[in-house]
Design a protein around this ligand. Structure first.
Ligand code: NAP
Ligand code: MG
Length: 502
């Protein structure tokens, strides 16, 4: 029997929300040039949280101009000086962690337990980690005199708004680039609060610019001729459009796209631990996770045992108010995403898979989906092939390790995978055969700023995190220097120039 929990709401009084917010350009909050705004809502209540400026082409122009101007001085700073700013930002993020955690839960719908214990600690850790690299770039393995690229256009999704911001901004600044970042339209607020953190840290004007808005602002940013680097996290579809747009230009690109990871449970795995890992793999962050373990591959001989334990565990998951500290599963981020999850789950039933969810009372307002699993899934089913990006698990079985590898790799994606077994040799042999950027063994969804993250195939290219995450923001001194006239290029940086740390 499950324990009853009394409500344990986190107070939202710590967040001081203004009725409206502007774009952050050249160190100032400003209205959009054409005055357009949009509303951001709390997905758990549908309450409007604030009005936010919607960037258009003129604003993209201003922001890229500000970043270009700031690049000259920022890239000329000694690495140790840039590191000081990053350390300062990291400390302010820690000091304001509670405020930012509540804000993120409000705007995104994810449980406070996760924003407080996972998102915010990782956000600060990313800034601390890359702060440490800022004066050691010559020892990073990218040539004796690595240089920044210039202005980085960064576009992020709504599932980990502040964490994706930190994955993008921390390495860009450490390497001496300046940034124009566009958050997702459903989660603009934490990026705007981050702009305030930058001001608090005394970061020079124009080094970080934040453009809230829709996809068209993202597209204009990517297409801007004065952008040197594009870093995108989001759907494979938009990633493809971006790759087409920048093809043939000198822009450097990294793409972090979708996934359909296999979480593979062998018959010698400790079942209770594996069940915790399966639950964490697919129900963490409502399953809005690109590397979610959305396909469970379980060895046939332990299928029933695993499924029984998994169902028992799923029945104890608490779905509801993201600000309640007991909540395991919060709200789906938007009505649009809920419709996508609902449609794919219906397709699963229509194609003959069997659907199961524990009895679960959902709030009447807001966007919700119960933790769900499908059995009788074949590799041909849409729910086994397409990314659902929600709390929906597809269960398949296998008999031999070779069959597990074949099924795991039978996907256009290749972002992550999980292996559950007692045998170390099996872990190594499986990991070497799985075509996935990250392979977890006897754990899942573990993140660390020192560890590179990224995909194979349609999951994208380039790596974020770790030493590898520096590469996408540097050009080695051995490479020819780009001719950029007035803007960047080695010649006008003079002595003590960009990216040279001492
Ligand atoms: P999305 O539509 O690709 O949006 C991602 C970002 O791109 C948003 O800021 C979006 O703005 C912007 N955007 C939309 N159209 C654009 C265009 N033509 N040019 C430039 N930017 C554009 O993705 P989503 O549906 O919001 O997010 C879910 C998807 O992201 C899932 O498929 C998931 O797999 C993927 N994802 C991948 C990772 C990873 O690390 N690999 C992490 C998280 C999510 P708007 O918000 O205004 O549309
Ligand atoms: Mg929102």
């Amino acid at each position: 029997m499950a324990f009853e929990y009394a409500p344990a709401p986190e107070s939202r009084a710590i967040v001081d929300l203004a009725p409206s917010y502007g774009l952050f350009i050249d160190g100032e909050f400003t209205e959009a040039a054409d005055g357009t705004v949009f509303k951001t809502v709390s997905p758990s209540t549908e309450e409007v949280l604030a009005e936010v400026a919607r960037a258009g082409e003129a604003d993209v122009e201003r922001a890229v101009g500000a970043a270009r101007k700031a690049f000259v001085k920022w890239s000329a700073l000694p690495g140790a000086e840039r590191g000081k700013y990053l350390f300062r930002i990291a400390r302010i993020l820690q000091e304001r962690a509670r405020e930012l955690a509540v804000l993120e839960s409000l705007d995104n719908g994810k449980p406070i337990r996760e924003t407080r214990d996972i998102d915010l600690p990782l956000v600060a850790a990313h800034f601390f980690y890359y702060a440490g690299w800022a004066d050691k770039l010559r020892h990073a393995g990218y040539g004796p005199d690595p240089r920044p690229l210039g202005v980085a256009a960064q576009i992020i999704p709504w599932n980990f708004p502040l964490l994706m911001l930190s994955w993008k901004i921390a390495p860009a600044l450490a390497t001496g680039n300046t940034v124009v970042l566009k958050p997702a339209e459903t989660t603009p607020l934490s990026a705007l609060f981050f702009a305030d953190v930058c001001r608090q840290a005394g970061l020079p004007r124009g080094v970080v610019n934040i453009l809230t808005g829709y996809g068209d602002a993202g597209a204009a940013l990517v297409a801007h001729p004065d952008v040197d680097k594009v870093a995108f996290t989001g759907s494979t579809e938009v990633g493809r459009a971006i790759a087409r747009e920048v093809a043939g230009s000198a822009k450097k690109v990294t793409l972090e796209l979708g996934g359909k990871a296999a979480n593979i449970v062998f018959d010698d795995a400790p079942i209770d631990q594996a069940v915790e890992g399966i639950v964490n793999g697919i129900f963490f962050n409502q399953g809005h996770v690109c590397c979610a373990g959305s396909r469970l591959l379980v060895q046939e001989s332990v299928r029933d045992e695993v499924l029984d334990a998994l169902k028992r565990r799923m029945a104890t998951l608490r779905v509801g108010d993201p600000l309640d500290k007991n909540t395991d599963i919060g709200a789906i981020n938007s009505a649009e995403q809920l419709a996508r999850i609902t449609a794919l789950a219906e397709a699963g039933e229509q194609e003959g898979a069997e659907r199961w969810a524990p009895p679960c009372e959902l709030p009447s307002a807001g966007y919700w989906f119960p933790p769900t699993l499908f059995t009788g899934v074949t590799q041909a089913h849409r729910i086994a092939r397409e990314e659902i990006f929600g709390p929906v698990l597809s269960v398949l079985t296998f008999r031999t390790p070779a069959e597990a590898v074949e099924k795991a790799n039978n996907t256009p994606y290749g972002l992550s995978a999980g292996i559950w077994t007692e045998k170390g040799s099996r872990i190594l042999s499986m990991a070497s055969k799985l075509r996935a950027g990250v392979v977890w063994a006897n754990t899942f969804n573990k993140f660390d700023p020192t560890s590179p993250f990224g995909g194979y195939k349609e999951s994208g290219y380039g790596r974020e995190g770790g030493r590898h995450g520096l590469e996408g923001y540097l050009s080695g001194a051995a490479e020819p220097v780009k001719e950029r006239g007035e803007r960047g290029g080695r010649s006008e940086r003079g002595e003590g120039e960009g990216g040279r740390d001492r």
